[in-house]
Design a binder for this molecule. Sequence first.
Ligand SMILES: Nc1ncnc2c1ncn2[C@@H]1O[C@H](COP(=O)(O)OP(=O)(O)O)[C@@H](O)[C@H]1O
Ligand SMILES: [Mg+2]
Length: 463
Amino acid sequence: MTPLPSNIQVPQLSPREIVKELDNYIIGQDAAKKAVAIALRNRWRRQQVTGEIRDEIYPNNIILIGPTGVGKTELARRLAMLAGAPFIKVEASKYTEVGYVGRDVDSMVRDLTDLAVAKVRSEHMDIAHDKLDLLIEDKLLDLLQEPLAADEEELAALSADEKQAKQEAWQRRRSELREELRGGKLDDDIVEIEITESSMPLMQIFSAQGIEEMGFNMPEAMGEGATRRKLVEMPLIEARERLFEEEFDRDIDMDRVIREAVRRTEQLGIVFFDEIDKIVSSSDGEGVGPDVSRSGVQRDILPVVEGTTVVTKYGPVKTDHVLFIAAGAFSNVKPSDLIPELQGRFPIRVEMDRLGEEEFLRILTEPRNALIKQYQALLATESVNLEFTRDALRELARTAKDVNERTEDIGARRLHTILTTLLEDILFEAAELTKKDVKITKTFVQGRLKDIVEDEDLSRFIL
Ligand SMILES: Nc1ncnc2c1ncn2[C@@H]1O[C@H](COP(=O)(O)OP(=O)(O)O)[C@@H](O)[C@H]1O
Ligand SMILES: [Mg+2]
């Protein structure tokens, strides 16, 4: 068993530190950053509380209220990343009341657990590579090279000198092959390896029917008969992967992985519940669609949010400490239209600001993953050096604001469409450009975008 990378003690950041981290990715939205930082810290505080009072402390779930494209999802996702937390984003409108067509609310906890298991497993995999790669290299070399001798007798028949010479030659060849292997020169060579063939198709049929979701362990139920060994030819590069996986599966203690994953889900998990306003009907009866089923969904969600135990294929998972961050535009309904019990479980509400020219300008350039940086990195792979003048950036920000005002306000998402349109030709031609320094000026931006921006129909389609 490889040493555990897990039981990672996520460093407990103070709310101030959390906000600072979030600032690296999200521009503005200070109130929301503060609220999520407090919620994260409060969960940890609640976990430290002992005795009866602990159960009395409500989780600090949050509703982020704001139009599309202002950073709601991004904020939740970044928060999860810096907390090292399993994170899942779900659409409220996908859920239906138990017994109706659609997803039942428990499935979000099962999905969250699945993600955690996959994550912990892949952490183990990274570590296993250090340990297993040499072993597998030798296995591959064995496949590539004739053995030193057919059998003991052949070796025994040789004189001591002959034997030594033979061994040395064999070692030399092995070293050469090792070099070639490491240099990737043998990747396409065909080798034959023995692999375990599992009855995957059968398992997929079963799980499509949901048996797996109910906690049924398929391979165990089907016994050893479900797998069988067989010889297969494949390119070396694939064989390396397969051999690694086989060794890894033999080596890994899945029980331990699952325990750690369940722990993380329960203690750190974050569910981002998007479009919560879609399951709310307005108090004055204005909501569209069947109101009964909407409050039905809210009622079904309630226990998961309050804290319940969901049966997953990895065993029971308690949701008491899972953090729920809901989001919605709430243009026609209000958070107070939620059923009272649910309102009580989402005590924190934060409005997120609409974004304007100044924010767009910053979003283009400042975040660690800023769009401009992304395009620069993409083009740098073809030795193209992409630069923007300050004026050009401002022109882009202004254009985004204008188009949002004149067509539909999709927030910072507008920057994506504008930039792809702006850079289309450069992205198309990058490989053939003779002049590798590309400077985007205000004039270039206007020249490329003006006609589209001025034609409202065109901008609806393109931008
Ligand atoms: N305040 C912001 N700071 C930085 N990037 C932002 C901000 N708001 C939105 N974005 C960017 O815009 C895109 C859409 O944001 P997202 O969070 O998905 O919006 P929504 O509020 O609809 O969930 C993402 O690429 C995100 O990085
Ligand atoms: Mg979103």
